[in-house]
Design a protein around this ligand. Structure first.
Ligand code: MIC
Ligand code: SF4
Length: 645
């Protein structure tokens, strides 16, 4: 008897055993990239020298950097489009929509594996995929036909019963899970949704939940594939892609979370963490300056239709700027045809291109000290582009109701029919998707590289001894938005590591880049869950460029730890967390004989504080393959070395 996660893993297993905690590797059926991580992933793919991708389908989406305030974004777009065309990859052009929404609509297949260079790739779990977010280098390897290595997860049964009451949304389900489990609660786990409540949720609602499983730190989240999934695929002209999938009756799980949907209420994640959850009622009618409805979490056709219903015939409160970004061209076109778009606009909404937009700070930064209600998944400090603003994460219903009143409003007070059935047929039009060149013609395609495409740094083989000053000592839950901020000014430089290096960790300490450069690199010290959030490999590549050789933390987030190892940076954890307190900024630390110790397979190393004379035990549990990567100075060097042998 197997649960669904085990079934999909078993069907794709390349190496290892399905025992939680053990290293396994799996075959990847599909990959996705988006432009802000994609340029690096394709540069790395090119460096691997593979002519054509070996997956069943790989898609390159352009959805993050679409502002084009200078030539940089457009250079990146052209590079991605041409490199994709050459190497057998489909390219979804800017304006076609947000990668996760479009992938769900057009390409996701129940029971298949998907690896994406974006942390919200698990959105595909809404359609029964095992969809995992990873760094660009891991995705590049998967495109080349290589297996994806991961720690075999524990499987959590999130058992849903009942039905959501009026005004309570799928977003409130995942906010409830976050409230209970926290941003670390899913680490090392797959969240598998089961129970009679599942059938009451549409595919986009399931996708909302799977999407924000990323905020739990989970490896991924997965829903069964049932008649609801079949109807969704049929309406996308893809019924042939459907297959029924579910856990065997009585299958075992490592943990269980019970959620009774009838008992849920509208929830809100307060600044600056997605697990800082309270009820809308408790937070009360705080004044709201901005409302953003959109992002890969909440921008489906049904989400948008509910919003249009709420806004229809009403007026957005004069104190509020309401911005709406439908998730895909399919959604936007359908809203345009059925009049819902006009209802939104008549109410006073500002309509955005179908892209990530405000979610990643690409425009629409709120005013100083603003309260901004948003339907996206992350409210990390400064991510909106306005550090003093407070971002509150809510459902579409709460967002739209509040946009009308100007204060945080419980949508259960609305008097509007919120039942939006799934359309019989979605409007299918893939005109903005460019297919790859036919096999055998790759050499005819020229890859265009503008001046913004700069080479990426390569790690160096691990030295015998690693040493350096503590350039920064950080708290718990430092996100990749702290390590490598992303906003309208910086996102255009995702292919330009030297440029980005001047902004590394500046939300924590504005002087960090200058100090790192003056000291020619060093060591970072951090608390729990270091590197949570985005999959951006830049959070490892930029520190690598700045000469960071090791990060000593209380614990790491999964994707970031993999990214550090892939780039040859040591992710060390304190054997005793109390030692964190004994280290001060600018202490000189060293790891004498570290190369030999790692080569011998030692998992505990000695970290010497040359300034105080103290020694600390630090842990570096590595698989054999990871050991090889650390010794070689990263995955690319390791792969090259392995090929030579
Ligand atoms: C995000 O939501 O933080 C992003 C932008 O989509 C990232 C990817 C990136 O940093 O480019 C993610 O979630 O992985
Ligand atoms: Fe884009 Fe935001 Fe989704 Fe990231 S979380 S993929 S930035 S919409």
């Amino acid at each position: 008897m197997m649960n669904l996660t085990q079934k999909i893993l078993a069907a794709h297993l390349v190496s290892g055993q399905l025992i939680p905690g053990e290293e396994i590797s799996i075959r990847i059926d599909q990959t996705l990239t988006q432009d802000s991580t994609g340029t690096m992933a394709y540069l790395q793919f090119e460096a691997m020298g593979v002519e054509r991708v070996r997956t069943k389908r790989s898609v390159a989406y352009i959805d993050h950097n679409t502002l084009q305030t200078g030539f940089e974004n457009a250079d990146d777009h052209q590079y991605i489009q041409t490199v994709a065309h050459k190497h057998g990859i489909w390219c979804s052009k800017p304006g076609n929509g947000i990668c996760h929404q479009v992938h769900l609509e057009r390409y996701g297949i129940p029971g298949w594996t998907l690896l994406g260079s974006d942390s919200h790739t698990p959105t595909g779990g809404g359609i029964g995929m095992l969809a995992i977010g990873a760094g660009g280098l891991d995705v590049a390897v998967a495109m080349g036909g290589g297996a994806y290595y991961l720690t075999c997860p524990r499987v959590v049964n999130v058992h849903l019963t009942g039905k959501l009451p009026y005004g309570v949304a799928a977003k409130d389900i995942i906010l409830e899970v976050l409230r209970r489990l926290s941003v670390k609660g899913g680490v090392g786990r797959v969240m598998e949704y089961t129970g009679p409540g599942v059938a009451t949720l549409t595919v986009p609602e399931r996708a909302t939940i799977a999407n924000m499983g990323a905020e739990l730190g989970a490896t991924t989240s997965v829903f069964p594939s049932d008649e609801v999934t079949r109807a969704f695929l049929k309406a996308q002209d893809r019924e042939a892609d459907w297959q029924p999938l579910a856990a065997d009756p009585g299958a075992a799980y490592d943990e269980t979370v019970e959620i009774c949907l009838d008992a849920l209420v509208p929830l809100v994640a307060k600044p600056h963490m997605p697990d800082n959850v309270d009820t809308v009622e408790n937070v009360g009618p705080i004044a709201v300056d901005q409302v953003f409805i959109g992002s890969c979490t909440n921008s489906s056709y049904q989400d948008m239709m509910r919003v249009a219903r709420i806004l229809k015939g009403k007026r957005v409160n004069p104190g509020v700027s309401l911005v709406i970004g439908p998730g895909s061209r399919q959604v936007l076109t359908m809203l345009a045809r059925n009049g819902a778009l006009a209802d939104m606009m008549a109410a006073g909404a500002r309509i955005l291109e179908t892209a990530c937009g405000p979610c990643i700070g690409m425009g629409q930064s709120p005013r100083t000290g603003a309260v901004s209600l948003r339907t996206n998944n992350r409210n990390f400090y400064a991510r909106s582009g306005t550090a003093s603003a407070g971002i509150y994460l809510v459902s579409c219903e709460t967002a739209a109701a509040s946009a009308l009143t100007g204060v945080l409003t419980d949508p259960r007070t609305l008097d509007v029919d919120l039942e939006i059935p799934q359309p019989e047929h979605f409007e299918v039009n893939d005109n903005l998707v460019i297919p790859p060149v036919e096999a055998g013609h790759e050499a005819e395609v020229e890859v265009v590289r503008g001046p913004n495409i700069q080479p990426f740094p390569l790690g160096k083989a691990l030295a015998d001894t690693v040493s350096g000053k503590v350039l920064l000592k950080m708290e718990d839950n430092i996100t990749t938005d702290h390590i490598m901020p992303s906003n309208a000014k910086l996102l255009p430089y995702r292919s330009n590591i030297p440029y980005l290096s001047d902004y590394c960790l500046t939300p924590v300490d504005a002087d960090f880049p200058a100090r790192a450069k003056a000291e020619k690199g060093g060591i970072l010290v951090a608390g729990q869950n270091y590197g949570q959030g985005s999959s951006r490999e830049h959070a490892a590549l930029v520190p690598l460029y700045l000469g960071i050789r090791a990060v000593v933390a209380k614990s790491f987030a999964r994707i970031h730890r993999d990214n550090l190892i892939n780039n040859g940076i040591l992710p060390l954890t304190f054997a005793s967390e109390a030692d964190y307190d004994a280290i001060s900024p600018m202490d000189e630390l060293s790891l004498p004989g570290v190369r030999e110790a790692i080569a011998q397979g030692k998992e505990q190393l000695t970290l010497r504080n040359e300034t105080t004379g103290k020694e600390y035990a630090v842990c570096l549990p590595l698989t054999q393959r990871q050991r090889g990567m650390i010794l070689a100075g990263g995955l690319l060097n390791y792969t090259r070395e392995s090929q030579r042998q």
